[in-house]
Design a protein around this ligand. Sequence first.
Ligand code: PLP
Length: 545
Amino acid sequence: MTAAKRTAKATRESLHRIFTIPEAPNSTLGRVEQQISHNLMGFLGDHIVATEKPLTDIEKDFAQAKIPETPSFVSDHMHHLLDKLVSQSVHTSSPSFIGHMTSALPYFILPLSKLMVGLNQNLVKVETSKAFTPLERQVLGMMHNLVYQHHDDFYQQWMHSAQHSLGAFCSGGTIANLTALWVARNNLLKAEGAFKGVAVEGLFNALKHYGYDGLAVLVSKRGHYSLKKSADVLGIGQDNVIAIDTDECNKIDCQKLHNKCAELTTKNIKILSIVGVAGTTETGNVDPLNHMAEIAQQFQCHFHVDAAWGGATLFSNRYRSLLSGIEKADSVTIDAHKQMYVPMGAGVVLFKDPASVNAIEHHAEYILRKGAKDLGSHTLEGSRSGMAMLVYSSLHIISRPGYEMLINESIEKAQYFAQLIQQHENFELITAPELCLLTYRYVPQAVLQYLAKADQATQQKINLLLDKLTKFIQKRQRENGKSFVSRTRIEVGRYGGEKVSVFRVVLANPLTQKNILSEILAEQQALAKQAPQLLAKLAAMTAST
Ligand SMILES: *Cc1c(COP(=O)(O)O)cnc(C)c1O
């Protein structure tokens, strides 16, 4: 046999194997599988190494564009993954990584995900998903119920109706927001007389037909960038996502919102949607939704609430009222992969009116026939996995009171951390937590006292130095790999609305104990001392008078 023939034979044999015979439990893959099933946290702790390896070095491990010409043994490949990929991954579920919205996962998620992947159902059409389709519709019903709290009759009537949809499942908040605005756009610019609707004729004809000079989406300046992406895709244009100022609590200024709506209307710009944020990504605050709903009503426009992150607060009877008014929204975005402890790839958009999705209905001859119950006729995405199963299971296993406990604990932990920061002489709380998100920075006590009395020009100079210090500490902390807080820049009222750099903390990991929070402050204080030049400059500046 020639070498080429031998290789071909080996390849054929290994192909046969990978589709039929599972790895032995004592193989490398088998052992990894066992470890991650029995003790995921232990496995991650053991295999993710905290190094200061720069990204550009890691890129060298992923620099080969040639597709392999010889197959690898699974075990060899597993070693390769552990060495190059797992070791350099981010320990998102570590209790001391409190800077992101990517959550820790309950242990049952892992085996259930395996089952989901194993079944490999395609939710685009009933033909390839069968029981998963009604399951997803039920999950949408449950999430709709969480927001709108209709009577059971309502859900019995609409949940499984082919021509209706209580919402759409998708990969996350971005697609959910896009879907909401897509529905709003197509309902606003619907078919009328000889005009076949924006979906068929496009935006140019639609604006001509309705006699508008443009469309606008209004959201607070704390709105998520996915709205700009949506405006881009929908042909509305990023410039027409208009950012409205916020008050000192990072909530939209409704007077300014109202004025802007009036101004646009006189300019013959139609307001496509007002978007309220329930839990801003940077500060975690909730807009005054009731008031916004009134304004939307007055200007006859769609009212969307982006509760991608904060929506899970609705599980909490204690804190649900923080989102009061959300039930008046025409559509609501909630990410299950944020505060519902489901892995990434699970977002929903919910619609108050079950018929509103007809505006985005698509049919094809071979699938998605009219009158069929295929979910794909009302979703942006086509082929889609059975992620709804993980939400379904979490809702059953954790239950509403369980979620309430998780939410309450997160919010109360954030309140505790805020207190800790305020009591500490060398830290400044920048935004207090309304939900479980807060921002703060390191400021030596003397500097903080000086800042409070300084004029705005001096404040600006000091804040520039503090920005550098914040950046320095945050970077070092991340590189040390023990703990992680994120960093953003926000306008701060008490400093004349100037942007300052802050640490951003999201306290949604149930395993984050109070002592970890104290340790994080202690680490940051110690790291600050590693920037003696910055500290000296600050001291000099504040001692000069
Ligand atoms: C996270 C987030 C989004 C985007 O969601 P993805 O799941 O990342 O696409 C949108 N809006 C808000 C308020 C968010 O917090």
